[in-house]
Design a protein around this ligand. Structure first.
Ligand SMILES: [Mg+2]
Length: 120
């Protein structure tokens, strides 16, 4: 069973992602609500995959993704972005994130992103 860490400061968005991914209870899911918590939880839980919001208090998703990739170069991180965040997203891609999805996204889009990232 794979383990997914969902990082988002909005409970609604965490629930949307959790519900999209957990239909068949295929994954164990852990959640973090900001970038600082995400880095700590990544080290503790060693998830197979991370979905990472960009705009968060404490530490944003760009910084958190970079720190996680410095800690684990093989980390698989999917950025969850909004229109208008192209510049920040570019930074993440250069840092080595696996994929990105743009809000609002379909259930199918996030499911395929997760399964593709797990394969690579
Ligand atoms: Mg946010």
């Amino acid at each position: 069973m794979g383990k997914i860490m969902i990082v988002d400061d909005a409970r609604l968005m965490r629930n949307i992602i959790r519900n999209a991914l957990n239909e068949n209870e295929e994954y164990k899911i852990v959640e973090a609500t900001n970038g600082k918590e995400a880095v700590e939880l990544y080290k503790r839980e060693q998830p197979d995959i991370v979905t990472m919001d960009i705009t968060m208090e404490e530490k944003n998703g760009v910084e958190a993704a970079k720190e996680i990739l410095e800690y684990d170069a093989n980390a698989k991180i999917i950025m969850v972005t909004s229109l208008g965040q192209e510049k920040l997203l570019q930074e993440c891609v250069e840092a080595g994130v696996s994929d990105y999805i743009v809000k609002p996204f379909t259930k199918e889009r996030i499911m395929s992103s997760v399964s593709n990232s797990l394969k690579n």
